[in-house]
Design a protein. Structure first.
Length: 156
């Protein structure tokens, strides 16, 4: 007799169940914390050097746009959760799936996004390289978080 799989949502189990909403919020918060670490702390000096030229907003001006940041991170959290849950392979280790997922998302969004910014904005190449490396690392961490939150857990 086959063992029931709790890894992959089935036809009987809705995709947007309680686990989806909880995971989406957790991933949104984690993404926001990682982005604060990367952009608010590690790259702050690089960004502050660009404020005078008008390429970046100063801290006071940026504070007015916080609702957009919150909305963006909620979209990231729920979007990543939804995509991850659709691609779980019950026969493989969770950590590998999380890393694979994080790498795939980085290749299709993080890296091209920063390359496009570099093509249309006169940003320093060193900054863009840091953004790409740190953004990819963050996405790998988010993938591992999703893998940890989703497979084989009956309740959250």
């Amino acid at each position: 007799m086959d063992k029931p799989s709790f890894d992959k949502p089935s036809v009987d189990k809705p995709s947007f169940d309680k686990r989806f909403w909880i995971c989406g919020i957790i991933v949104a918060v984690a993404a926001m914390l990682l982005d604060f670490l990367i952009h608010g702390l590690l790259l702050m000096g690089d960004y502050n050097a660009l404020v005078a030229s008008g390429l970046m907003r100063g801290p006071d001006d940026a504070a007015h746009y916080m609702p957009y940041m919150l909305a963006a991170h909620l979209l990231i959290g729920f979007g990543l959760t939804w995509l991850y849950r659709k691609g779980i392979d019950a026969g493989r280790p969770a950590i590998g799936q999380g890393l694979r997922f994080g790498a795939a998302v980085a290749v299709m969004s993080v890296l091209p996004g920063y390359l496009i910014y570099y093509a249309v904005q006169p940003l320093p190449a060193a900054l863009v390289h840091k953004q790409m490396l740190l953004g990819t690392a963050a996405m790998l961490l988010l993938g591992m978080l999703l893998a940890w939150l989703n497979p084989g857990r009956r309740t959250l």
